[in-house]
Design a protein around this ligand. Structure first.
Ligand code: SAH
Length: 392
């Protein structure tokens, strides 16, 4: 196995189990590894530190193990089984009214570079590292056993998540089992899951608990769901007894999907209308009729260097919402940018509130759900932040 030796003092973060090794920490390599190869990392004195996937880029090694261990089918089975036992322990598996959950959340499950979402008996697997891509077949095979037979189909969806320059020629498709129905159930509501063409793994599993909270506040309200994608928040608002629900997304496909999901649960319900339009434009010209507004935009900052503009974007968007929302209205506002931390997001929303001059109370501070765990040694894994605000 190829050995990567770290510079003096650069193995400290590994002692605290941080799973990333940056290119600047590396002193030498016994040979040039292939992208995605498993390498052994040693400290400046040659003592074993970790095993991980090598990749060209700023994060050069993603650590799989801090112990000497064979990275083989048994390893994947063990890790996947641990992830599955955790989901079982928190009660997201084996439910009669919910078969959508995240089984593997990258570093949060000590599997950096790997995302697996479950929809019924189908797992949608996404590799964010070349190493996970190379080992996709072993991982897919291990899944059935690790989940005690719960998973029988694996759809691989990594065309857009792997570095193009690695020249892997990856294609999306089933790598285990085959075509299955693509309707799944979240807390008793049904959703078409577009794992073929949809964003992420086809659905935003991470908003499940926050959608349920919105349902609780929806009764008798006029609801505006901005950046609706599959219409998740809209469907919950309808079940919660909203008086009307407007869904907005700039993508026509998302609007089709939203309409399909509303019909799936509430056929012929005329409380719902969907608009394919830019969110900023829609909000700016909207009448002041809404008493519950959801803002769940895409990540404005994909990288640290986009942070300033992203914060401005959050302030601008929230400022229009504060301007428009009715007195006594409730605003659900989110950021899923990993590069924006909780305090920065809160400051952006605070700035927007202050500009509007309205009285604003924080009712809830929201985050990603328990099946998207944050590894305590890897705080970077915390990405979803939300505030629920009462606006007078
Ligand atoms: N709230 C959704 C997830 C939102 S994902 C859920 O619960 O599933 C972000 C969505 O914002 C995407 O569907 C994307 O098409 C949409 N989007 C991106 N830019 C937009 C813009 N300027 N105006 C309206 N929608 C936009």
């Amino acid at each position: 196995m190829i050995t990567i030796r770290l510079k003096r003092g650069k193995s400290e973060s590994l002692k605290r189990f941080h799973p990333w090794i940056f290119s600047g920490a590396i002193a030498s390599m016994s040979e040039q590894p292939q992208e995605g190869e498993i390498v052994e990392v040693v400290d400046s004195e040659g003592h074993f530190a970790a095993l991980g996937h090598y990749q060209i880029g700023s994060i050069t090694v993603r650590v799989l193990s801090f112990e000497r261990s064979r990275i083989d089918t048994d390893f994947w089975k063990r890790r996947l089984h641990e992830a599955w036992l955790m989901r079982k322990a928190i009660g997201v598996t084996g439910l009669s009214d919910n078969n959508i959950y995240r089984l593997v959340h990258g570093e949060g499950d000590r599997l950096p570079g790997l995302i697996i979402d479950v929809y019924g008996n189908t797992a949608v697997m996404q590799a964010h590292s070349v190493g996970m891509h190379r080992q996709r077949m072993q991982i897919a095979e291990a899944l059935a056993e690790a989940t005690e037979g719960e998973i029988s189909n694996v759809y691989y969806k990594s065309e857009t998540t792997l570095p193009f320059k690695a020249g892997l020629g990856q294609e999306d498709g089933f790598i285990l089992g085959g075509e299955t129905g693509n309707i799944a159930t979240e807390y008793g509501l049904q959703f078409h899951i577009d794992w073929l063409k949809g964003q992420k793994t086809g659905f935003f599993v991470d908003q499940r608990e926050n959608r349920r909270l919105l349902e609780h506040y929806a009764k008798g309200k006029k609801v505006l769901n901005m950046f609706c994608y599959t219409g998740g928040f809209s469907v919950y608002a309808l079940r919660g007894g909203a008086e009307l629900v407007h869904s907005v997304d700039s993508s026509a496909k998302a609007i089709d999907l939203t309409r399909a999901n509303v019909s799936l649960n509430f056929t012929g319900d005329n409380r719902h209308e969907a608009f394919a339009e830019d969110a900023f434009k829609f909000l700016s010209r909207a009448d002041d009729i809404y008493d519950l507004i959801v803002l769940d935009p895409p990540a404005f900052a994909k990288h640290k260097d986009a942070l300033r503009n992203a914060l401005k974007g959050y302030t601008r968007l929230n400022a229009i919402a504060f301007e428009k929302i009715k007195k006594g209205g409730i605003l659900f506002t989110f950021s899923c940018s990993q590069a924006v931390n909780k305090d920065q997001f809160r400051l952006a929303v605070f700035t927007a509130a202050a500009q509007s001059g309205r009285h604003v109370r924080i009712l809830h501070q929201l985050h990603q759900p328990a099946d998207h765990p944050v590894n305590i040694y890897h705080p970077e894994g915390e990405y979803l932040k939300g505030l629920v605000l009462y606006v007078e």
